[in-house]
Write a protein that binds this ligand. Sequence first.
Ligand code: AMP
Length: 607
Amino acid sequence: MTTAVDNFADLGLSESLLKTLADLGYETPSPIQAQCIPILRDGHDIIGMAQTGTGKTAAFALPLMETIDIGLVKPQALILTPTRELAIQVAEALQSYAKNLPGFHVLPIYGGQSYTIQLKQLARGAHVIVGTPGRVMDHLERQTLNLDRLKTLVLDEADEMLRMGFIDDVEWILEHTPEQHQTALFSATMPEPIRRVAQKYLVDPKEVRIKTATATVAAIRQVYWQVSGLHKLDALTRILEVEDDFDAAIIFVRTKTATVELADKLNARGYAAAALNGDLNQQMRERVIEQLKSGALDIVIATDVAARGIDVPRISHVVNFDIPYDTEAYVHRIGRTGRAGRTGNAILFVAPREVRMLRTIERATRQPIAPLTLPSRADVTNRRVAAFKEKVGAVLDAEGLDFFANIVSQIAEERDVGAEEIAAALAMMAQEGKPLQIPGEDPAPRSPFSDDRRPPRFGERDSRPRDERDSRPRDERGQRPRFEGHGDQPRFESRGERPRFDDKPRRPPTGGDMVRYRIDVGRDHGVQVKDIVGAIANEAGIESRFIGRIGLYDESSTVELPAGMPPEAANALKRTRVRGVPINLRPDEGRPDSGERKFKKKPFADR
Ligand code: AMP
């Protein structure tokens, strides 16, 4: 990776933040951080062209935290995000960076959450507000949110806000914030309306973009697995177990902490694995690489910096356990395999929010990356049974079984059992702690109602049974992961997917019954189809692809949603507003109002 700055200390961050970053296991700034942090520290406005996975959150959050006056419990920074999931995620990131900043308070506010709770939290005060545009606008209008002391305003994922129909709200907010503040706008793409907003509201902004290095990586088989349903660690071990030509692997993660944790986990599962990170001195580093070469180790878990220049021909697999920050890092990582004329395999784990980064990588390497279907439990079991049979076969072919055959005869006589049963008992003994079968079931397909096991919203008490509170996927033994220090653990897994309109036109709802609902907003309210899709996707946690046809009439509209909507989602939708008008969602009784015209919803690209 060619990050010009290798060190957070060189970016002018305070000692306290540097300590926090070290505690979190952050080794080096990502390219977007290396570029943005000094600019923001110098007080400039900024346009950052970056997407999820590049480390953009820390790029704006770290300099922003340095400006906060803890003694003043008033909103000094406002971060606008397109969805509540992102609002929560960003708020959590800030909270983690505030580890050594006692008294720091960040508050996420978003649609769908009870006003009573929000009003209480706002009255209690916060230094940073992270919110979705509609709800922030609401609170500004009600004067329950005061931005008089605002120093920094961040528009995160501006293009997503545009796609979801929030751009007017964003502009309204920009109009109603005090003039004197620093503004940072982050967007993966720069469509014209976003450019226009930037021109109108940012003062002499510096523009920063991640460069996309193109490179050919011919001899390498590239596949990706979209993280869902199973913990990454379990997915990893399943994949490694069934990969045909597995010899040795480098697994890339983001933090130093994660290298050590993952190495421990893999060792516990019987792999010969070790961590390789910037904390190791040159001698220790060389030792790890030597062991990988000699076969004493099969897996090395590394950060980008630590893995620089590794040349070990037996590396058959590179696993991007955490997605790289940019294409350059990707190309560099996968270049560790396929060496000395051998073919290599590159496996990329992609969280739902990181799909855009996957596409960027495909474009940069000019190669499609094929989706990988996770081996099923049966696949893994078959593999293990085949390996077991092979092992038994090898022993059967060997000399010196007579002594043991004699013992088996004795047991058969003494216990009056057949040789088959004794063999089964011995097989069980041999496999103790190394089960051939994976208990449990393969993950079920996801529900369209991504919110139906809703985690607590920030600041809310969680009333669900203890076991349901943890939304992280269970592992193969039915356990929740114990470490969560790094990267893209899908903590809010069931809600991690945000509605996406960009990748491709939305598919029609995938099977299942649909129910038609009526809502009290229509063309007379200036409402467009995208406003309705955005509001429903966001407030009820229904992925946009599951939203069916929308009929837009003068005073009302109809929308088809999958049957079996949980009451919580239905309630959230009753209270939802579009363009300030409560939609009052209810099952459609059938008769359209007079004079109404009906439109078939078009894919976003046509709208
Ligand atoms: P983002 O692109 O902001 O969504 O960040 C993606 C992930 O990368 C988050 O889980 C961060 O905690 C992690 N991350 C961001 N910057 C760094 C860094 N410099 N070193 C290690 N991890 C990082």
